[in-house]
Design a binder for this molecule. Structure first.
Ligand SMILES: [Mn+2]
Length: 401
């Protein structure tokens, strides 16, 4: 590196051209600023990125010769994990798979940097290992780790969306929240506080669950920023029931509670992929009363993905939209590893195609829930969930670009 110029890493100043960067090691890797609230408890071992410009002063080499490349980058030197990384225009991306095989290295989502290793981020990945709200099979508490482990195959460039989601925006993994498994009320409070704290630093959060109970506190945090949101809810089930065994806060009730708390725009919410037996026909009228239009799985084949995309866009228009993906929206053939599977669901191909269309909508947040690895085989469900995350991140990248 004969010619280098120093600049602070971040969204500005970011070289316009394709640049090869070498990252200086942290000079004080032990320094750690306290994080506020529950987030501090959740992430005690991660040094905070905003620990001072000194630790974040990277040296950028002059642009490498050759044309700008989508989906290819050059490598940087050591971060806290001492792994070579792909970086484009200052966005620190994945561990470089040409130097470290994808089955090795950090088990963050897509082997992206930790949030503590970047000065700022456009999108954070947040894990919520919690499943005390389930009504049938438990195990989604292991979902965040399983999705991350299943995301090692993701590569930098998404040809279906024609975007490099980790190059045009900084995506980083914020780790897991520490959530009480024995007290649902406390768990909900912890998730809300953790999401609020994170949204003060990062504009968009993609959450890996966890069971669907966590959608309520996540919607509280998102609506505090954006106002009532249009929820597009991909699920086999309505999740607008009132109580279960007398309990108001379960994985089958988050969207009724969210409606009652005025977190939703009831003129713009939608279920996609619902199917299977209900308790009573009144379940449907009760659901409509809280603001959801239904695009059931039985309509998916008639409408095709294009028709589904048009129906969603017509419903949410330009409102801030929050996407909640219960992995059981997929047929059990595509997602066996979940708590309450129902036959006759969407294919992975249909779901991913529909999710890519959110690049044309005002996507403000998303979650992927109900991945229960104990019932998974060969990472079928985990890989599907990882790709759901990848296409949602691609949609955000296109929106940003
Ligand atoms: Mn659900």
């Amino acid at each position: 590196m004969s010619q280098v110029l120093s600049c602070a890493f971040g969204r500005s100043p970011r070289p316009r051209s394709f640049a090869c960067a070498r990252l200086a090691p942290f000079r004080d890797p032990g320094s750690c600023l306290p994080l506020p609230g529950a987030f501090a408890q959740a992430l005690p071992r991660y040094p905070l990125a905003s620990q001072g410009d000194q630790a974040l002063a990277f040296q950028f080499a002059r642009p490498a010769p050759g044309p700008p490349l989508k989906g290819r980058g050059c490598t940087v030197g050591a971060m806290s994990d001492n792994q070579p990384r792909v970086t484009v225009d200052g966005a620190i991306g994945q561990i470089d798979a040409t130097q470290v095989p994808r089955y090795g290295g950090e088990p963050t989502f897509a082997r992206l940097p930790r949030l503590s290793d970047v000065k700022s981020a456009d999108v954070a990945i947040l894990g919520v290992p919690f499943d005390s709200g389930v009504s049938y099979r438990p195990g989604a508490r292991f979902g965040p780790g399983h999705i991350r482990e299943s995301s090692r195959l993701l590569r930098p460039y998404n040809p279906a969306a024609d975007v490099s989601p980790f190059a045009v925006q900084q995506v980083a993994d914020a780790g897991d929240l520490g959530v009480n498994p024995f007290n649902i009320d406390e768990a909900i409070t912890t998730v809300e506080r953790g999401a609020r704290d994170l949204l003060e630093r990062v504009p968009r959060v993609l959450t890996l669950g966890g069971d669907h109970t966590i959608a309520l506190p996540l919607l509280r945090a998102v609506s505090a920023v954006h106002g009532p949101v249009a929820v597009v809810h991909f699920d086999a089930h309505l999740d607008t029931w009132d109580t279960y065994f007398g309990a108001a806060y379960t994985h089958g009730t988050p969207f009724r509670r969210a409606f009652e708390e005025s977190l939703l725009d009831p003129s713009a919410c939608m279920h996609v992929g619902t199917r299977g037996p209900l308790y009573d026909a009144a379940d449907l009228t009760g659901d409509a009363a809280v603001g959801f239009q239904i695009l059931p799985a039985t309509e998916a084949e008639h409408l095709g993905t294009r028709g589904m995309i048009e129906a969603i866009a017509a419903r949410v228009t330009d409102r801030p939209v929050y996407v909640s993906v219960d992995v059981d929206v997929l047929d059990p053939a595509f997602a066996p590893g979940t708590g309450t599977p129902e036959a006759g669901g969407l294919t992975s191909r249909e779901l991913l195609a529909v999710l890519r269309s959110f690049a044309n909508l005002n996507l403000v947040g998303a979650d992927i829930v109900e991945v229960a690895p104990a019932y998974d085989h060969a990472q079928i469900t985990g890989i599907a969930a990882a790709h759901v995350g990848y296409d949602l991140l691609s949609a955000l990248a296109l929106r940003k670009a």
